[in-house]
Design a protein around this ligand. Structure first.
Ligand code: 0O2
Length: 237
């Protein structure tokens, strides 16, 4: 067992608590998935590698951007490989047996990166620079900034294809990149709490209030961007 596999085994056991059978539940594909534990750990490892590739690209762009335009477009980057429990649950929700092949074909967000920017304009500039790179393929794009969800959710989602280079050759991987401003992220974390909480008192009222906050936040984002642009214009003159 190599070091990387050992890490993922430990991670898997941590997710389990009291054993793999408890973790995988009684779904039809559970035994099948257990038999393929090694490929499953390799799948997680490949996704971790794909995340590193995209994260490095974003950091390079951030460094270059700060030299060129004198500001850092990225406030922070959060990466995560979807935990095994969530992978199996999502496959169940989609009604697809959780085999390695099905997981790879069905899920686009096993590897996820959240990029937090100060201004909406920077989001589009970064997304454009990233998708124009030779080895990056744009598989899908959902612009929830231009077209917010009815609840007020705003973010730019990209599903990117990226090759990783392993000892036995090249593998094409998928990474979901979510771009949002600090303000949109602040909103989304509170909304996330609401989404996963049941039996909240006055839920309708809270949902309506959250929608109002989302719209107010968006207006502030635009005003802040406008101020930033005016300051930069003044500096150029
Ligand atoms: P979690 O717990 O954050 O991982 P798909 O993944 O394509 O099958 P969908 O819903 O079509 O499913 O994808 P979409 O719309 O691109 O949303 C994917 C992710 O965006 C979600 O992942 C959330 O992280 C985030 N998201 C989407 N809508 C909302 C929203 O209304 N509020 C908040 N707070 N986040 C949202 P997961 O797997 O659903 O959840």
């Amino acid at each position: 067992m190599n070091i990387m596999t050992e890490n993922y085994t430990t991670a898997l056991q941590r997710q389990n608590g009291s054993g793999l059978d408890r973790f995988f539940g009684n779904s039809g594909g559970a035994e099948q998935l257990l038999e393929t534990a090694q490929p499953f750990m390799e799948l997680l490892m490949r996704n971790e590698c794909a995340l590193k590739e995209i994260e490095t690209k974003l950091n390079v762009l951030n460094d270059e951007f700060s030299l060129q335009y004198d500001h850092n477009p990225i406030e922070s980057i959060k990466t995560r490989v979807k935990d095994p429990m969530s992978i199996v649950e999502k496959m169940k929700r989609k009604g697809v047996a959780p085999t390695i092949e099905n997981i790879e074909n069905t899920l686009n967000d096993i590897a996820g990166i959240r990029v937090i920017c100060s201004f909406p304009q920077d989001i589009y500039a970064l997304a454009d620079m990233l998708t124009r790179q030779d080895d990056v393929t744009l598989i899908a794009k959902k612009d929830y900034i231009a077209n917010p969800k009815p609840n007020g959710y705003r973010s730019l989602h990209l599903i990117l294809g990226i090759p990783i280079f392993l000892s036995k050759g090249k593998r094409q991987m998928k990474v979901e990149v979510q771009f949002r401003t600090i303000a949109m992220d602040f909103w989304a974390s509170l909304d996330h709490k609401m989404r996963y909480k049941q039996d909240v008192e006055n839920a309708d009222e809270i949902i309506a209030e959250l929608k109002l906050c989302a719209d107010a936040i968006s207006a502030i984002d635009m005003r802040m961007q406008d101020i930033r642009n005016r300051i930069e214009k003044d500096r150029e003159n």
